[in-house]
Design a binder for this molecule. Structure first.
Ligand code: GDP
Ligand code: MG
Length: 278
């Protein structure tokens, strides 16, 4: 085209170049969105670690989900979500693909992985008790600590069945102290020997921040967010019930004595038994 830098063709060219730029940005945003995992269940827990930390194995162990477990790094390239039913509560576990050094700067899809972590309600850090475990932990922590700000956290020290795992533990304990993670709940686990399952369950239960409340009619507990009141329970049972609930009889940790009468603002606690009066 004659004079395509100026005049009508120039305008056209400028517009096309702008459109190309605009749409390519839009495309990368869509790409990031593919990483966001829709929340299901009562709590989304991101399982985060370096490649080969044993993240997929944890998901498979707990949820029975057929995740590809591989001996090589980067077996899992996209987040994998699965529901773990823990004492009646549906905990959504999301395996975040292996993080590498430089993730903060965007290495190895780092930005997308970190946004996936930010999106989660809580985080389980996974690190293998193999050689260099302490170093791996501090690398992991450095890469994702900014995304973890204000989040509930737990630590799974995996592969504790391996020879030498016990020897690594002291170094790992010291590394955790140094990183300020000394008081963070942790469990040493092995999907091979089955060790640590109970400890891991306890950590996940804590991360889920839910309570079980039993009502007279059904054996199954209602699962509610921690801090829920009698009114919240009534709404969960039936939306019409919320308006009509006047008081309740409570037996359990939130009651001063068995069968205590409480108002609808009464805050319930885990394993309470409640009888609602309308
Ligand atoms: N001995 C042993 N090996 C494990 C354990 N958990 C995972 N592995 C192995 O470690 C490798 C990486 O596991 P994977 O779950 O895919 O790690 P991911 O990359 O973090 O998802 C695989 O070869 C697993 O078989 C464990 O508890 N004990
Ligand atoms: Mg994996």
């Amino acid at each position: 085209m004659p004079g395509y830098f100026q005049g009508p063709y120039g305008e056209l060219r400028k517009w096309i170049v702008e459109e190309i730029e605009r749409s390519s940005i839009r495309d990368s945003v869509r790409h990031m969105d593919a990483f966001a995992v829709k929340k299901e269940g009562c709590c989304q827990v991101a399982v985060v670690g370096l490649p080969n930390a044993g993240k997929s194995s944890i998901l498979k162990w707990l949820t029975g989900r057929q995740v590809v477990v591989g001996d090589y790094a980067f077996t899992t390239l996209k987040p994998v979500a699965s529901i773990y039913v823990l004492q009646g509560a549906q905990v959504q576990l999301v395996e975040v693909p292996g993080m590498i050094e430089g993730a903060r700067e965007g290495k190895g899809q780092g930005k997308a992985l970190l946004s996936c972590i930010r999106n989660a309600d809580a985080v389980l850090l996974a690190a293998a008790l193999g050689p260099g475990a302490a170093r791996a932990l501090s690398t992991l922590w450095n890469e994702c600590r900014a995304a973890l700000a204000g989040k509930e956290m737990g630590i799974a020290l995996t592969k504790c069945d391996l020879a030498g795992a016990a020897g690594e533990e002291i170094a790992v304990g010291e590394a955790l102290e140094d990183l300020g993670l000394g008081t963070c709940p942790r469990a040493r686990i092995s999907v091979v020997s089955g060790e640590g399952r109970k400890d891991l369950d306890e950590i996940l239960w804590r991360l889920a921040k839910v309570i079980r409340v039993y009502c007279r009619e059904s054996g199954e507990p209602f699962i509610l967010p921690a801090g829920s009141t009698v009114r919240d329970l009534a709404r969960t049972i039936h939306h019409d019930l919320e308006a009509t609930v006047v008081q309740a009889k409570v037996t359990g940790p939130s009651a001063r004595f068995a069968g205590q009468s409480v108002g609808s603002d009464h805050v319930l606690r885990d394993t309470d038994r409640v009888e609602i009066r309308t």
